[in-house]
Design a protein around this ligand. Structure first.
Ligand SMILES: C[S@@+](CC[C@H](N)C(=O)[O-])C[C@H]1O[C@@H](n2cnc3c(N)ncnc32)[C@H](O)[C@@H]1O
Length: 330
């Protein structure tokens, strides 16, 4: 068994290995049974005797023999190591190259930062805003049949939506993110797993309009000069060009009464221009109801938003918000 971990996160190889997928499914089953919760800043497991499982799911080293038990046998470990999802040390210690995010039901795989000195431009992202989107979805994603999570990243929010919708589409333009979401899907029990479908695409292109009861996105919103090409954060020259596309195209996906939520930054310029408010005005004219809900006060985004306001020319303020759009029933 090789102890060598590849320098990049390449989930495609694991997706092509039935044993690796089986190991992920076994991990998911065990974590569900143990009541494992791992939200940023909150970690919980029902029984102390499951502490090795919790360590495993956090990407820490555990004894190989324990890992064999927890992942469904030695062939599972071999498959995970061979496809780059895990490593084994000379001292027979085993660790996964990712951690499992979980709210107790929804689960997703968050790869550790790729091992190159620079964070790659196509890193798979999750952060405190992932949980903010999940919580906003909990509030606004109430009923219906079809939901879509645009720019899904790890797939955590799409995984959450499977508890409320029969069909959940998860999309991302970043191939490594789409493949990670596909791997996250393997953690889920049925029917959640069979409800979730992952596609690689640009915003909402090729997706049937007017057919979703719920849609959401945690849009990249950092201006280009600060995001330096990172797919997960770059929102265009001012940071609003990409959120604008997500909001326009996301709203068009809605069925009558359907709700779309987007996390993004609201920018206001010294000349009075506020591109988000202008966009929402356009949507109102097209028969949508819209609402802006600022995200809660002590939040990392306020620092990021302030930095944006300080570095982008012509900007007066920037604040992080949830945008809510509903297509009025005709
Ligand atoms: C801020 S991250 C959010 C990820 C995930 N939704 C979450 O909350 O953890 C933005 C995501 O949008 C994706 N993305 C960026 N540009 C996109 C585009 N043009 N079409 C679809 N997805 C895109 C990125 O790859 C990234 O996964």
């Amino acid at each position: 068994m090789s102890a060598q971990l590849d320098a990049r996160w390449l989930p495609e190889r694991s997706l092509n290995s039935p044993d690796a997928r089986g190991a992920i499914a076994e991990l998911g089953r065990n974590l569900t049974q143990a009541g494992f919760i791992n939200r940023f800043g909150r970690l919980q497991i029902d029984d102390e005797s499951d502490s090795a499982l919790a360590e495993l799911a956090l990407g820490k080293y555990i004894d190989v023999a324990l890992a064999v038990d927890l992942l469904g046998g030695p062939q599972s470990l071999v498959a995970l190591v061979e496809t780059g999802l895990a490593t084994i040390t000379e001292e027979r210690r085993f660790s996964l190259s990712f951690e499992v995010l979980s709210d107790g039901k929804a689960m997703a795989i968050l790869p550790f930062l790729d091992l190159s000195p620079e964070v790659p431009l196509d890193s798979v992202y999750a952060g405190s805003d992932t949980w903010l989107l999940r919580d906003q979805a909990w509030k606004y994603a109430l009923h219906g049949k079809r939901a879509i999570d645009l720019g899904t990243g790890t797939g955590l929010v799409a995984s959450f939506l499977t508890s409320r919708y029969e069909i959940v589409i998860a999309t991302d333009i970043n191939q490594r993110a789409a493949q990670t979401a596909q791997l996250s899907r393997e953690l889920l029990p049925d029917p959640a797993k069979s409800r979730m479908h992952v596609v690689e695409n640009d915003v909402a292109s090729g997706i049937r309009r007017g057919s979703f009861d719920f849609a959401c996105v945690n849009a990249p919103w950092v201006p280009a000069h600060r995001a330096i090409g990172r797919i997960y954060s770059e929102g265009g020259q001012t940071g609003f060009e990409l959120p604008r596309r997500f909001i326009l195209e996301g709203a068009e996906l809605l069925a009558p009464d359907g709700i779309f939520i987007a996390l993004c930054a609201e920018l206001s310029f010294t000349n009075g221009f506020n591109p988000l408010r202008e966009l929402l005005g356009t949507l109102e004219q097209r028969g949508f109801a819209t609402f802006i809900d600022p995200t809660p006060a002590p939040h990392p985004f306020h620092t990021a938003a302030t930095a944006t306001a300080e570095t982008l020319s012509g900007i007066e303020t920037a604040r992080h918000v949830t945008v809510i759009v509903q297509r009025k029933a005709t």
